[in-house]
Design a protein around this ligand. Structure first.
Ligand SMILES: Cc1ncc(COP(=O)(O)O)c(C=O)c1O
Length: 368
């Protein structure tokens, strides 16, 4: 890749923070959050919020309705379900976050069947098609990039399988894929797609971003049981360039600045950079004998989940590289002790990743 774009905005080679979220945040974005207070029912806010959806649509690749919430991404899991109130859901589970979304549905009193694939293994769309042929589901939940295992599911294929086999709504968690690898809300015919600010958008945590299809919005007008995150309220206030409740205005100032940054790189350019970072970790891992959890072709572009080579403890490696000033993620859930995760998402540049890989090599020597 020969792009001259500096994703760090003036700090090339200096990123030291590689968690799989929250991601490293550029100085200009942090400064934007320090904007003085404005009222959320005044003109300054309306001017700000009027600029957000038109650019966010480009990130979600849709002409449809996109909106923001002051919430974690988990709040949007709940919103997707509460605004639809499906009687029975097929939860596609292939790691910790998809398990948690299924648990969220159960907590809301929704009947949940689970279509499970082993941790690390991508879900086969044909399995989804078969499951949908047997029972009538009103919705399917699917996590695109499973951050716990670094697995990238074939969201386009799964959405197609759902459409072919049923009339179920496709609810997609694109938390660690949006703005880091291709997500096509319109072309893939998704009904709901949700994320949080702290991943490849590279903002501080605390803001939710989502897309809802026309079909989803029509159904939610009839069936929603949501209050705080009721979609029809978000739609009504969006007409006035406002949010229904007091928003985190600092996050919206930050998003305003960051959307310009993202679109000046171009969304395709941002995907290509993440792809290059991912491929660099792949070649490094292969040379060093660290092994990927997911198979080739099903690896997230934003988070690499690896088992260290024999003789190297994942936990010791994470601690050692921290001593060198680099933060990476440990394993998640049942893989806590056996894997480590490198988040290469957001505004990370290749020179910074190279510095991390060198520090990991030195650390691995020390702990071996
Ligand atoms: C794929 C995925 N979904 C959902 C979440 C939950 O996000 P939040 O903590 O913002 O609710 C995460 C967090 O890491 C995630 O990686």
């Amino acid at each position: 890749m020969t792009s001259t774009f500096d994703p760090t905005g003036g700090q090339p080679g200096q990123v030291r923070f590689f968690l799989p979220g929250p991601a490293w945040v550029r100085g200009a974005v942090r400064q934007a959050m320090a904007h003085e207070a404005i009222g959320h029912r005044g003109k300054a806010f309306a001017d700000l919020y009027a600029r957000i959806p038109v650019r966010l649509q480009k990130v979600f690749r849709t002409q449809g309705f996109v909106f923001t919430t002051t919430s974690a991404a988990t709040g949007l899991w709940e919103a997707a379900l509460l605004n639809l109130m499906p009687e029975r859901v097929l939860a596609i589970v292939s790691g910790a976050f998809s398990e948690r979304w299924a648990a969220c549905a159960r907590d809301l009193g929704i009947a949940v069947d689970v279509l499970e694939s082993a941790w690390g293994a991508p879900v086969d769309p044909a399995d989804a098609r078969r499951a949908l042929g047997k029972v009538h589901y009103e919705a399917v939940t699917v996590v695109h990039s499973e951050t716990s295992t670094g697995t990238l599911n074939d969201l386009a294929g799964i959405a197609r399988a759902v459409r072919e086999a049923s009339d179920a709504f496709v609810l997609a968690d694109v938390v660690t894929s949006i703005a880091g690898s291709p997500v096509e809300c319109d072309a893939w015919d998704l009904d709901f797609a949700l994320s949080g600010s702290q991943k490849a958008l590279a903002l501080p945590p605390g803001l939710g971003v989502a897309f809802a299809s026309e079909r989803f919005r029509a159904r939610s007008r009839e069936r929603s049981r949501a209050h705080y995150l009721r979609l029809s309220e978000a739609e009504a206030f969006a007409e006035k360039h406002q949010t229904p409740y007091t928003p985190s205005t600092p996050h919206l100032f930050a998003l305003d600045v960051q959307l310009d940054h993202i679109l000046s790189e171009t969304i395709e350019g941002r995907w290509a950079r993440h792809d290059a970072l991912r491929r660099r970790v792949e070649s490094w891992a292969a040379e060093r004998g660290h092994t990927y959890a997911p198979p080739e072709g099903a690896r997230s572009w934003t988070v690499s989940c690896l088992t260290p080579r024999p003789g190297v403890s994942a936990e010791a490696l994470v601690a050692k590289v921290k001593d060198r000033g680099f933060t990476i993620g440990g394993g998640y859930g049942k893989w806590k002790a056996s894997t480590f995760r490198i988040g290469h998402m957001g505004d990370v540049d290749m020179a910074s990743l190279e510095a991390l890989l060198a520090a990991l090599d030195e650390s691995a020597e020390e702990v071996a």
